[in-house]
Design a protein around this ligand. Structure first.
Ligand SMILES: C[S@@+](CC[C@H](N)C(=O)[O-])C[C@H]1O[C@@H](n2cnc3c(N)ncnc32)[C@H](O)[C@@H]1O
Length: 434
């Protein structure tokens, strides 16, 4: 896009994934995301494919931050971008982990730390250099308690670090947990969303504070649209995918018409355990013997105490002996038709992961279903997101796309509808206080 034709509001993203958050900003709010930065080649290729105008920096932000900043400065002739969105892959931390890191640093030792938690540092450097009017930082909800080794090698809470570096630049900052079900997203996803603004009229309305985290949703964050009094209820699985054609993890893994409506195959054992698991329940709680009808006596039991037939509970052979699978009771579990879907993770195709079973068909959710539940493919955007032709692992049966890529980028994304609602709210605030 030539400089003179740039709209008033332009955005950039860092840690852009496959660009799903960017769908909400660009296709949803009409604000072009003119540059992105992503480490993984398959995801960078996905952004290029769906946003051919976007300048994609492919690689590690530690190495690319200068190029990213220089490119933006040149493109905007030194003016600040309107928005930068960042989703650094911070893992979040329990207070135990935080204490261990702090004490190692205080003893002068290099702590055993998850390097991903330090990726916020180059992110902050980009914000310091470009000073966007707004930024939206999205992360796991436990980030609020995360201690990192900061740029001076000192232990510091990640939100304190953001405040220490950005408040002096004129930002007002607020950090709250958003449950995206409350914004009309039909699956459960809670994220810590930190919003910064340095537009003077907005800053004077929402004065800078040091404790940027609040349990209540801050006024910089969008208010809930679903699930409250006098509001529509959360969007359920039934409303979202209730009309999809049936599939089966052994006998009908791919829809005849839509290759994206496809699921992985289950082996005989998985199929047996899940076939006898009711909606909302886990196979671990199956307690009736299918041969003699007797109830099991103990939780650990894997064969019937009366007739010795196997019970439909998850079991493995270890050292020649069958035993109950060690796992969380949230695994091998079916979702509920009348609730939003469980959190869509990178493992949405794996039944041994948390809450992944279809409510009443013997299978996990298909790619088409997770595309709809993530709000990427629910008919509201100006075009269809295209996964075709980008390799990652095995191709689908038609050789057109990678099922793994679809599951991974959706599992790591901010749902486009949630991003749209957040950014619409910022546009609205700016209009109110202009
Ligand atoms: C949580 S995902 C972001 C998803 C994105 N917001 C979306 O909606 O699709 C974080 C992304 O950061 C990328 N990433 C990890 N380390 C990085 C690095 N050092 N430099 C640039 N990107 C990185 C990961 O590959 C991943 O795609």
């Amino acid at each position: 896009m030539p400089k003179h034709s740039l709209p008033i509001r332009v955005a950039g993203s860092i840690f852009s994934g496959g660009g799903l958050g960017d769908v909400g900003i660009e296709w949803g709010c009409g604000i072009p995301v003119i540059t992105a930065c992503e480490l993984l080649p398959s995801r960078a290729a996905l952004i290029r494919k769906n946003f051919p105008q976007t300048q994609v920096f492919e690689g590690d932000i530690w190495n690319l931050k200068k190029d990213y900043i220089d490119w933006f400065r040149e493109k905007l002739s030194g003016k600040p971008p309107w928005l930068i969105s960042l989703s650094p892959p911070c893992q979040g931390m329990s207070s135990n982990g935080a204490g261990r890191i702090s004490s190692a640093i205080r003893c002068g030792k290099r702590p055993r730390e998850d390097q991903r938690n330090r990726l916020i540092l180059p992110g902050i450097e980009v914000l310091e250099a470009l000073k966007p009017d707004w930024f939206v930082l999205e992360n796991v909800r436990r980030m609020e308690n995360t201690i990192i080794r900061n740029e001076m090698n000192h232990p510091e809470n990640i939100l304190d670090c953001i405040g220490r570096r950005l408040l002096p630049l004129g930002y007002t900052l607020r950090s709250s947990i958003l449950d995206f079900r409350n914004l009309g997203v039909p699956h459960h996803r809670e994220r810590l969303v930190t919003i910064g603004c340095r537009i003077p009229k907005v800053v004077s309305q929402f004065a800078p504070i040091k404790q940027i985290f609040s349990k209540e949703t801050s006024p910089l964050h969008p208010a809930k649209t679903h699930g409250g009094t006098n509001q529509p209820p959360w969007v359920s699985l039934r409303q979202s995918i209730g009309d999809f054609p049936p599939l089966d993890a052994q006998n009908n893994c791919v829809d005849a018409v839509d290759p994206y409506h496809c699921v992985p195959h289950w082996n005989d054992q998985q199929y047996f355990w899940m076939k006898h698991t009711p909606e909302g329940q886990t196979a671990f709680d199956n307690s009736i013997c299918l041969t003699c009808g007797r109830e099991k006596q103990s939780k650990e039991q894997i064969t019937c105490g009366s007739c010795n037939h196997p019970l439909p509970v998850p079991q493995v052979k270890k050292a020649g002996k069958l035993r109950l699978v060690k796992g969380f009771r949230s695994s091998y579990r079916r979702m509920w038709w009348d609730k939003p879907a469980g959190t869509l993770t990178m493992n949405s195709g794996v039944i041994s992961s948390d809450l992944k079973g279809h409510p009443d068909q013997n299978r996990v959710l298909s790619l088409r279903e997770i595309m709809k539940l993530s709000t990427l493919d629910d008919g509201r955007w100006r075009q269809r997101f295209d996964f075709s032709g980008i390799p990652l692992g095995k191709w689908d049966e038609t050789g057109a796309f990678s099922p793994r890529l679809v599951r991974e980028v959706i599992g790591e994304s901010i749902p486009p509808l949630a991003m749209k609602r957040i950014v619409d709210h910022l546009v609205g605030l700016e209009g109110l206080y202009r």
